[in-house]
Design a protein around this ligand. Structure first.
Ligand code: NDP
Length: 429
């Protein structure tokens, strides 16, 4: 197992980093070509993926280092445009690896398909009729996608709810049937949609109602992944701040997010800073993951934190995260986009559940990165220094000029585009 701890990686040239990755992860020549091709996704492939294609859109792909999750080393590809995210994740992963790494698990991986039935003469009878025909319905859904059954997956259960039974409007009264499906290593949206569409006529026959919507639910709360870390305070010492002070600051910051949606949204955005880049790098559907994660953050009735931070009896900082994680290692774009395939192989991911565990661990790390900065120097010091290169480019710098202008922006403590433009003009003269 190659260590994800690669000292000095940030100081290497892009070519040196690529060579190191090739050697460390036995990447093939074709994978290396895909990495250096611009665009990596061919126009031909892109044109077959979506409609009205005019080109491809690239994002920086960086490596999150130092991760140890369930005792396994992970170097994590992250596709993101925002500076300081990759550095912050790697910084926290280094602290957590000194504390034994992240522990992560996936409880079960069932995706949910919904069928909406309206116009039943008696909703209670219709509900009972569906429950009586459970086996027939589950096996009809399996028949619509037999290959997933052969792989060991398929339907596992169903349930039925009546919504708005007493509403005055018949538009509001409805029955909603869920089927729960093990989609194995796929995210499963297309599988589920195929299944629910196939059994809709049977549902109409059983209920005497009319089926309207038949589609996957992105609230994947039967596909939860969780991660945990326990950090002794001495590992949190930062500048003039003691580890205990940092720990307390992180817990206060968490309590703020847990109590106030205005803070929780920003707190959770920081968590998604770690999650989305891996979801994107692996060709997964980040809108699905975003939607499910935010809904889960409101599961107790008020939108709150996706993580919890507390102090254990020994005074350690304990961080936990649990989120719906509807991702796959097959299907969708995961095997179509060449860099998605590369990202999965660098992480040496063997199952969708394992990918979900890595993703939530990085989300937890990213959250601690932000809270630790907020509880100490504030977010701007580290972030703006790393953002200075982008500001220099936005101000017109190119080539060797970028580093010079970025350094001047930091030295003069004015990291903004107007200042960068001035400095670029001076440099040219
Ligand atoms: P696919 O339709 O690509 O299905 C996955 C395929 O992978 C199956 O056809 C299966 O084929 C094959 N496969 C190979 N090995 C395995 C394995 N070990 N486990 C499971 N399947 C395997 O993708 P999904 O059904 O996962 O759908 C995901 C896509 O759907 C995403 O692109 C998403 O953006 C999109 N989508 C999302 C929606 C939403 O979120 N609401 C709605 C609609 C679409 P076989 O068994 O035949 O070999």
């Amino acid at each position: 197992m190659k260590s994800s701890r690669i000292p000095g990686f940030y100081n290497m040239s892009v070519d040196e980093r690529r060579k190191l990755l090739k050697d460390n992860y036995d990447l093939t020549d074709e994978q290396m070509r895909n990495l250096s091709n611009n665009p990596s996704l061919s126009l031909d492939k892109a044109n077959n993926m979506i409609e009205n294609v005019i080109g491809t859109y690239e994002l920086p792909l960086g490596m999150g280092l130092n991760f140890v999750i369930n005792g396994k080393e992970y170097t994590v590809p992250m596709a993101i445009e925002e500076a300081s995210v990759v550095a912050s994740a790697s910084h926290i992963a280094k602290i957590v690896r000194s504390a034994g790494g992240f522990e992560a698990k996936s409880r079960e991986r069932l995706m949910i398909g919904q069928i909406q039935v309206v116009g039943c003469s008696d909703f209670k009878d219709a509900k009972q009729a569906l429950l009586n025909q459970k086996d027939t319905l589950l096996s009809a859904a399996n028949d619509a996608y037999p290959s997933i059954v052969k792989r060991g997956g398929g339907t596992r259960d169903l349930d039925v709810r009546i919504l708005n039974e007493d509403a005055n409007s018949t538009y509001s009264q409805m029955l909603v049937m869920h089927i729960y499906v093990d989609t194995c290593d796929a995210m499963g949206a297309n599988m589920i949609n195929t299944m629910v569409e196939a059994i809709a006529p049977i549902v109409e026959e059983i209920t005497g109602g009319k089926v309207y919507l038949r589609i996957l639910s992105n609230y994947a709360d039967r596909s939860l992944a969780s991660a945990r870390c326990v950090i002794p305070p001495y590992l949190l010492t930062t500048g003039d701040f003691t580890g205990q002070e940092v720990r307390d600051g992180v817990i206060h910051a968490y309590e703020f997010a847990a109590s106030d949606p205005y803070r929780a949204v920003t707190h959770n955005k920081g968590i998604m800073n770690g999650i989305d880049p891996i979801v994107i790098a692996t060709g997964n559907d980040w809108r699905a993951v975003e939607a499910g994660a935010h809904a889960y953050a409101a599961k107790d009735g008020q939108y709150g934190s996706m993580t919890t931070w507390s102090e254990d009896e020994a005074g350690n900082l304990v961080g936990e995260i649990e989120l719906p994680m509807s991702v796959g290692i097959v299907g969708g774009a995961t095997r179509v986009h060449p860099l998605a395939e590369l990202s999965l192989s660098i992480m040496n991911i063997e199952s969708a559940a394992e990918l979900a565990e890595v993703i939530v661990s990085v989300g937890l790390a990213q959250n601690l990165g932000a809270l630790k900065a907020l509880a100490t120097d504030g977010i701007q010091k580290g972030h703006m220094a790393l953002h200075s290169r982008s500001v220099a480019i936005a101000g017109g710098a190119s080539g060797e000029m970028i580093d010079v202008i970025a350094k001047k922006l930091i030295d003069q403590k004015e990291i903004r585009v107007g200042k960068a433009k001035e400095l670029v003009e001076q440099y040219k003269q």
